[in-house]
Design a protein around this ligand. Structure first.
Ligand code: ZN
Length: 178
């Protein structure tokens, strides 16, 4: 699978071949930031944990460049912090026994630009292989513009799927704030 950004990260916790790993997906969360998934789609993670007939895939669309930092990360540059965030998200996927963890590495500005089609085409590629039954997105009334933009790009990608490949349910989820 060829993603737009060379920094995109495709991680399979149990080392299955990447296409096979993604194909087994039944539940998927497409989120803006690292850590969003574990709050907003905990339901999906728990539904799939320890099962062999259900598999959860996490997709993080942005690169974590604007992450808050203090304490041990106080002196980290944006580039260093992005690497830390990618590793943190891989650790979450390992603990949660995800099918795959994909991090697409876009900037917030790219995600928020309605003319930027690469975000949608990366998401389409993922959805065409994963063919999830259940999809967890940010909700469209979220206060955070990047969250709403990721949800809109994900909806565009879902609408591009042939009807028989579309999910049974798409949930709009709360994360961090009400
Ligand atoms: Zn977020």
């Amino acid at each position: 699978m060829q993603f737009h950004n060379s920094t995109a990260d495709f991680f399979v916790p149990d080392n299955a071949a990447s296409d096979e790993a993604l194909k087994r997906t039944t539940h998927i969360c497409i989120a803006a930031h690292q850590d969003d998934i574990e709050i907003m789609a905990y339901h999906g993670v728990a539904e799939c944990f320890g099962r062999r007939d259900r598999w959860f895939t996490g997709v993080v669309v942005t690169n974590g460049a604007g992450s808050p930092r203090s304490g041990i990360y106080g002196s980290y540059s944006d580039a260093e912090m992005q690497k830390v965030r990618v590793v943190e998200q891989r650790k979450a996927a390992f603990v949660g026994e995800y099918a795959c963890q994909i991090q697409l590495g876009f900037s917030s500005a790219e995600v928020k630009n309605p003319k930027e089609t690469t975000v949608i085409s990366d998401l389409e590629q993922i959805l065409q292989v994963a063919k999830p039954e259940f999809v967890y997105l940010h909700n469209l009334a979220d206060k955070h513009d990047t969250h709403v933009s990721v949800a809109l790009r994900a909806l565009s990608a879902l609408r591009a799927l042939p009807k028989d490949s579309r999910p049974r349910k798409v949930y709009g989820c709360e994360v961090w704030r009400g």
